[in-house]
Design a protein around this ligand. Structure first.
Ligand SMILES: Cc1cc2nc3c(=O)[nH]c(=O)nc-3n(C[C@H](O)[C@H](O)[C@H](O)COP(=O)(O)OP(=O)(O)OC[C@H]3O[C@@H](n4cnc5c(N)ncnc54)[C@H](O)[C@@H]3O)c2cc1C
Length: 290
C-alpha cells in the first residue's frame, strides 16, 4: 500500500531543481513511475514529496547534429524506438527498445528513469556503454557530465548527487566501419535480462582488423559493466574463431554473477561465453556494411 505524499508537477527544469533543493531527502523524483511506483508499493521507498518531472518539455527531445545524438532524460522508450533518425543512424538503440518490456510500459517509461533506476539487468545501459554515451546532470550548483559507464555504482545505486537530475544522454557519431549490436537472454519475453551483451566494433579500412571494440554486459554484476580485458583480446587483431572464443572466456572472468530464480551463476557464465563471441561476430558483420 502506498502511503500519502504531496505531488508537485514542475513545468521547467529550474522549478524542479528548486523543489529538489527545498525538500531534500524527504522527496523523490518520479518520471514514468514504471520502476518507482513498484518500489513504493512494496514499501521500499516512502517519500513525503514527489517531484513529477514528466511534464518538463525542455527535457523531452531527440536531436541529431554533426556532434552526435542528444536524448532528453524524459524521452520515452517508445519515442526512441520509433524515431526515424535513431532507426537510421543508431539502429541498435531502437532494436534494444523493442525488447524492453511491453508497448504499454515503453509508452510511459523513460530512458532517464531507466538509467537512474540503476538496475544491473536494465536494457539501455549496456547499449549506451557500447555506444560510448555521456550523461549530463543538473543541480542548483550547476551542470556536470560523466561517461555512462561510471554512473552506476552498485545495485540500484547511481552517481547522482543530492538535488541533481539527469538531463541528457549524448552519443558521439560512430566512427566509419562501426557496427553495434545488442541481445538479451531472458526466460520470459519482454522481461528483464538474465544476461545481456552489447558490442560495438570498428574495423580498419580494408584490412579487416578490429581497430576498436567496446563490450558491455548486463545482469552479471552489481552494475552493467565493460569487459575491458575481453576487448584487449580483440583490439588491433584480425578476428578469428579462436580469438572470439578467447574473448568470451576472458569476459566471463570479468563478471560477478549471482544465482537467482532465473538462472544459476554457472549458467550466466556460460551465457557470457556464448553470447560475447556471437554478438562480436554480428557487430563485425554490421561494421562491414556500415
Ligand atoms: C512490467 C514491467 C516490465 C519491465 N521490463 C523491463 C525490461 O525488460 N527492461 C528494462 O530495462 N526495464 C524494464 N522495466 C523497468 C522500466 O520500464 C524502466 O526502468 C523505466 O524506463 C523507468 O522509467 P520511468 O520514467 O518510469 O522511471 P521512474 O519509475 O519514474 O523512476 C525510476 C527511478 O529514477 C529516478 N528518476 C527518474 N527520472 C530521473 C531523472 N531525470 N533524474 C534523476 N532521477 C530520475 C526516480 O527517482 C526513480 O528512482 C519494466 C517495468 C515494468 C513495470
Amino acid at each position: 500500500m502506498i502511503k500519502d505524499f504531496e505531488h508537485f508537477a514542475p513545468k521547467t527544469l529550474k522549478e524542479a531543481l528548486a523543489l529538489l533543493a527545498k525538500y531534500g531527502d524527504d522527496c523523490k523524483v518520479i518520471c514514468g513511475g514504471q520502476s518507482l511506483l513498484i518500489l513504493m508499493r512494496q514499501g521500499l521507498v516512502d517519500p513525503k514529496y514527489i517531484i513529477d518531472i514528466k511534464g518538463i518539455s525542455e527535457l523531452n527531445y531527440i536531436k541529431d547534429d554533426k556532434d552526435g545524438l542528444k536524448i532528453g532524460a524524459t524521452t520515452t522508450h517508445r519515442a526512441i524506438e520509433k524515431s526515424p533518425v535513431i532507426r537510421k543512424k543508431y539502429p541498435v538503440l531502437a532494436e534494444m527498445e523493442t525488447r524492453l518490456a511491453s508497448i504499454q510500459t515503453r509508452n510511459w517509461g523513460t530512458i532517464g528513469g531507466n538509467v537512474c533506476h540503476g538496475d544491473p539487468a536494465g536494457d539501455p545501459v549496456p547499449v549506451l556503454i557500447a555506444l560510448n554515451a555521456t550523461l549530463s546532470m543538473a543541480g542548483t550548483k550547476g551542470t556536470r557530465s560523466m561517461p555512462v559507464e561510471n554512473f552506476c555504482l552498485d545495485y540500484f545505486e547511481i552517481a547522482l548527487e543530492p538535488g541533481e537530475l539527469l538531463t541528457e544522454i549524448k552519443l558521439p557519431v560512430p566512427p566509419p566501419r562501426t557496427g553495434t549490436v545488442y541481445t538479451k537472454f531472458n526466460v520470459i519475453e519482454s522481461d528483464l535480462a538474465t544476461v545481456s551483451v552489447a558490442v560495438s566494433l570498428t574495423l580498419g579500412s580494408g584490412d579487416g582488423v578490429c581497430q576498436n571494440v567496446r563490450i558491455a554486459l548486463g545482469a552479471v554484476a552489481p552494475t552493467a559493466i565493460r569487459a575491458k580485458k575481453a576487448e584487449k583480446v580483440l583490439k588491433g587483431k584480425k578476428i578469428t574463431e579462436a580469438l572470439l572464443t578467447q574473448a568470451g572466456e576472458v569476459a566471463a572472468t570479468e563478471t560477478e554473477p549471482i544465482s537467482d530464480i532465473y538462472a544459476s551463476e554457472e549458467y550466466r557464465l556460460e551465457l557470457v561465453k556464448v553470447l560475447v563471441p556471437r554478438m562480436t561476430k554480428e557487430a563485425m558483420a554490421r561494421a562491414k556494411k556500415a
